[in-house]
Design a protein around this ligand. Structure first.
Ligand SMILES: *[C@@H]1O[C@H](CO)[C@@H](O)[C@H](O)[C@H]1NC(C)=O
Ligand SMILES: *[C@@H]1O[C@H](CO)[C@@H](O)[C@H](O)[C@H]1NC(C)=O
Ligand SMILES: *[C@@H]1O[C@H](CO)[C@@H](O)[C@H](O)[C@H]1NC(C)=O
Ligand SMILES: *[C@@H]1O[C@H](CO)[C@@H](O)[C@H](O)[C@H]1NC(C)=O
Ligand SMILES: *[C@@H]1O[C@H](CO)[C@@H](O)[C@H](O)[C@H]1NC(C)=O
Ligand SMILES: *[C@@H]1O[C@H](CO)[C@@H](O)[C@H](O)[C@H]1NC(C)=O
Ligand SMILES: *[C@@H]1O[C@H](CO)[C@@H](O)[C@H](O)[C@H]1NC(C)=O
Ligand SMILES: *[C@@H]1O[C@H](CO)[C@@H](O)[C@H](O)[C@H]1NC(C)=O
Ligand SMILES: *[C@@H]1O[C@H](CO)[C@@H](O)[C@H](O)[C@H]1NC(C)=O
Ligand SMILES: *[C@@H]1O[C@H](CO)[C@@H](O)[C@H](O)[C@H]1NC(C)=O
Ligand SMILES: *[C@@H]1O[C@H](CO)[C@@H](O)[C@H](O)[C@H]1NC(C)=O
Ligand SMILES: *[C@@H]1O[C@H](CO)[C@@H](O)[C@H](O)[C@H]1NC(C)=O
Length: 672
């Protein structure tokens, strides 16, 4: 699929390219001559590519977490308010309110749904949940449903169903046995037909005349479709498969701002995200909506294992999001008050890593279904503590790292402040975040080339090209911010990624962020995967992550020349995988013209066929606007990677043309 025919270099790039072209063949002076050597210049860490995670833009509740009912247990809402009824609506005149005046289903869930049936009513009456802006109804799926209910007077049957908003019924279940004490009722739905769209509701009704004038209470609803790998309380299959499809090797969680809480009291508390979902109170997260915490600590750890990814556990470091305010005069957690939070982190780590038979926390983990300790190597202390660097440097980093390090000497700690902030003990790993413009990423492709090799390593833990506007990378869509990743932005990220991989002795891990976005309610753009209740779209940046991550070498190979800013807008990195005997050449062309490289190898390929996977615009590059092309929910396949095999006539050379605004990974069989 390469466009070898059209090798036309723009005037702007000829001058810098001519410098490189001294060894190039005479009849094509503007092609780059690029030699891939057998000189191994380093081992690529197995942790290089992965994900950063927090519940934002309904990435968790309403996203990866497969639960279909929104506001399922009235967590994090104020009883009696309209907001408390988010996603719930009456059917045929029932009166709904959320109350905490009766005892809840559990002490963790004090709020219940009070359903008052008018004295006079004809036909069925009840209420509905509209899901996370819709519910997917799929023939062949078994949905597991449940709720708690009670009534002092009503003892009749309750009917639950999956319906379209226009009245079609896809599945129904009848529940009997309601009494004056809370009881959990379970049922399954097996729709025999798929709905055409996601305009569907979870519908609950009783016989109106039979229930007239009475009150029924409900609590803790749940409705699950089949999940990824069949895990109970698990993940939505299409999103999980998409994330797994990049072979991520790290999973940083639970945030992000969502770790911090808007206040100390509402920080993410690991101990309130474990055990039966009825025991989890949930919380108002940092991104403006309640979190069920159904996606809790063990779910995350199991998910990381399912992905084959190493967890990077973020621990709360004594600052909440309120502490960002420069106007605030209140201190962050003072040094003298920090110990309980340090103890809490130690308990969490013990819960994750201690043997079940020799520790209270290990025993609790075992009780909750996981006997064997999890593997844990990385602890990230806080999140973006460059916003409160003074206390971080003065005592917070030191207190957490010292106490946790004494207890767990094998753990490695990742700092979250500015790289220039001096910490005691000095940090050896630092999480570095960049949401920047396209040109920033192109320039930053070389930022690690001269970084001192002094033992300090980077986790580029959040990055994305967000804008065309160099002076306003986080501005609005009107000033250049992307709604979806664009081809040009993704090519610039790829340029930057060649630099990270080339310097992966000092960049041990990386993660595009944020990951997931529900198109009906989001707080941040662009995201790597966008979805609604029924569909998803993989962005151009998703494909770049996938191309780089799936095609991983074990060792870097030196090239001649090296990729430098003189050879921009072509950026590259070469590697060798010693298990599969494959040489990879990853190339980003961020410029407006197709560029040819005459590739020479210091080795002979062992197969005279190579493969290329390439992300580029199918439209001619000269057409205005092509750089801004995105995959969208309505046009999900504007830009998708194309794989091709090509014959290599000579075992030690090959000419390849990299199209304008493209990302390419060449794979050659070679035993180096
Ligand atoms: C649904 O329920 C069945 C029977 O209890 C169980 O085997 C299955 O794992 C459940 N599925 C999910 C997604 O929880
Ligand atoms: C930090 O957050 C805590 C808890 O919400 C609050 O009490 C304190 O005032 C905040 N400090 C600053 C500096 O904002
Ligand atoms: C969780 O731990 C915190 C201490 O960090 C404690 O205040 C809270 O009560 C605990 N929650 C539960 C449900 O045990
Ligand atoms: C705990 O279990 C491990 C194996 O799971 C065993 O090797 C060890 O002896 C046990 N320790 C105690 C104190 O029972
Ligand atoms: C390594 O060098 C960087 C850049 O000068 C510095 O920020 C960092 O603290 C150094 N690391 C160590 C362990 O000295
Ligand atoms: C870039 O952002 C700046 C600052 O918001 C704004 O003034 C300018 O108009 C933007 N440029 C474009 C082309 O939108
Ligand atoms: C995604 O979430 C953030 C935080 O709530 C919010 O500010 C933003 O508006 C959301 N984005 C959209 C598009 O709704
Ligand atoms: C290339 O990088 C060097 C060193 O960072 C810098 O001085 C120079 O200006 C850059 N050249 C271009 C063309 O960007
Ligand atoms: C591949 O390289 C890694 C890292 O140097 C090494 O541990 C491994 O043994 C090598 N495998 C083979 C098959 O050479
Ligand atoms: C490649 O193969 C040729 C013969 O086809 C041989 O002359 C040459 O030495 C080989 N090169 C290497 C690096 O093995
Ligand atoms: C891409 O979009 C931005 C802002 O929407 C615009 O300023 C820029 O000119 C566009 N670029 C191209 C090549 O169309
Ligand atoms: C590469 O292209 C040049 C110029 O057309 C040609 O001379 C050379 O033989 C080509 N090399 C290969 C390996 O095809």
């Amino acid at each position: 699929m390469s466009r070898r025919a059209a090798v036309v270099l723009g005037a702007a790039v000829i001058s810098s390219w001519s410098l490189l072209a001294t060894q190039a063949l005479l009849n094509a002076p503007n092609a780059l001559e690029l030699r891939i050597t057998t000189s191994m210049s380093g081992v690529i860490p197995s942790t290089l590519y992965g994900y950063m995670w927090e519940d934002i833009n309904h990435s968790g509740d309403g996203g990866l977490y497969a639960e279909l009912l929104q506001n399922r247990a009235f967590q994090g809402v104020l009883p009696g308010t309209q907001n408390a009824l988010t996603a719930w609506q009456p059917y045929n005149g029932a009166r709904l309110s959320v109350t905490n005046k009766i005892e809840g289903v559990t002490s963790a869930l004090p709020n219940s749904l009070q359903v008052t049936i008018p004295k006079t009513v004809l036909g069925p009456i009840g209420f509905e949940n509209t899901g996370y802006w819709g519910i997917k109804v799929q023939a062949g799926w078994t949905y597991n449903g449940s709720f708690y209910a009670k009534s002092d007077t009503f003892t009749g049957p309750i009917t639950a169903s999956l319906k379209s908003t226009t009245g079609a019924t896809y599945a129904t279940a009848t529940i009997e046995g309601i009494s004056s004490t809370w009881k959990k009722f379970t049922f399954t739905f097996e729709p025999s037909a798929s709905a055409l769209d996601t305009n569907n509701v979870f519908h609950v009704e009783v016989n109106g005349p039979q229930a007239a004038g009475q009150t029924i209470y409900f609590g803790m609803f749940s409705l699950f479709p089949p999940t990824y790998l069949g895990r109970e309380n698990g993940m939505r299959i299409d999103l999980a498969e998409a994330l797994a499809g990049t072979n991520p090797s790290i999973w940083r969680f639970p945030g992000g701002n969502n770790l911090e809480g808007e206040s100390w009291a509402t920080r993410w508390k690991w101990n309130e995200t474990i055990g039966p979902i009825e025991n989890r109170p949930g919380r108002v997260g940092d991104w403006g909506y309640p979190n069920t915490d159904g996606l809790g600590l063990l779910e995350y750890l199991n998910w990381a294992e399912d992905l084959g990814a190493e967890p990077i556990l973020g621990i709360w470091s004594g600052a909440s999001a309120q502490n960002y305010s420069e106007l605030s005069t209140w201190p962050i957690v003072p040094e003298a008050d920090l110990q309980p939070y340090i103890d809490d982190a130690i308990n969490e780590i013990e819960f994750i890593t201690a043997p079940a038979n020799s520790s209270e926390w290990g025993a609790l983990r075992s009780k909750y279904g996981r006997e064997e300790p999890y593997q844990l190597r990385y602890i990230e202390v806080g999140n973006e503590d460059q916003f409160q660097p003074d206390s971080y440097a003065a005592y917070r980093w030191n207190a957490f790292v010292t106490a946790i390090g004494e207890r767990f000497p094998d753990l490695e700690f990742i700092a979250t402040t500015y790289p220039s902030t001096a910490l005691n003990p000095p940090y050896l790993k630092i999480d570095y975040h960049q949401y920047e413009s396209i040109s920033w990423f192109e320039n930053a492709a070389f930022m690690f080339d001269n970084y001192p090799r002094n033992g300090t390593q980077y986790f580029v833990g959040e990055y994305a090209a967000t804008s065309t506007n160099d002076s306003d990378a986080l501005g609005t869509i009107a000033t250049g911010r992307f709604l979806y990743p664009t081809l040009a932005g993704s090519a610039a990220e790829a340029a930057f990624m060649t630099g990270m991989e080339r310097n992966s002795d000092v960049v041990f891990a990386s993660a595009y962020a944020p990951s997931l976005q529900h198109i009906r309610n989001y707080q941040w753009t662009p995201d790597i995967i966008t979805y609604d209740a029924g569909r998803l779209v993989l962005s151009t940046s998703y494909y770049v992550q996938q191309m780089f991550s799936v095609n991983r070498g074990t060792h870097l190979l030196a090239t001649s020349p090296a990729s430098t800013n003189d050879s921009a807008p072509l950026y590259w990195v070469a590697s060798h995988n010693n298990e599969t005997n494959t040489v990879f050449l990853k190339v980003a062309n961020t410029g407006p013209d197709d560029l040819t490289a005459y590739l020479f190898f210091d080795f002979n390929v062992t197969s005279l066929f190579g493969t290329a996977v390439m992300l580029s615009s199918p439209t001619l590059s000269s057409i205005t606007g092509v750089f801004n092309i995105s995959n969208t929910l309505d046009e999900p396949e504007n830009i998708i990677p194309v794989s091709s095999a090509f014959a290599i006539p000579y075992p030690d050379r090959y000419n390849y043309t990299f199209p304008a605004t493209s990302v390419t990974v060449l794979a050659l069989e070679a035993n180096i």
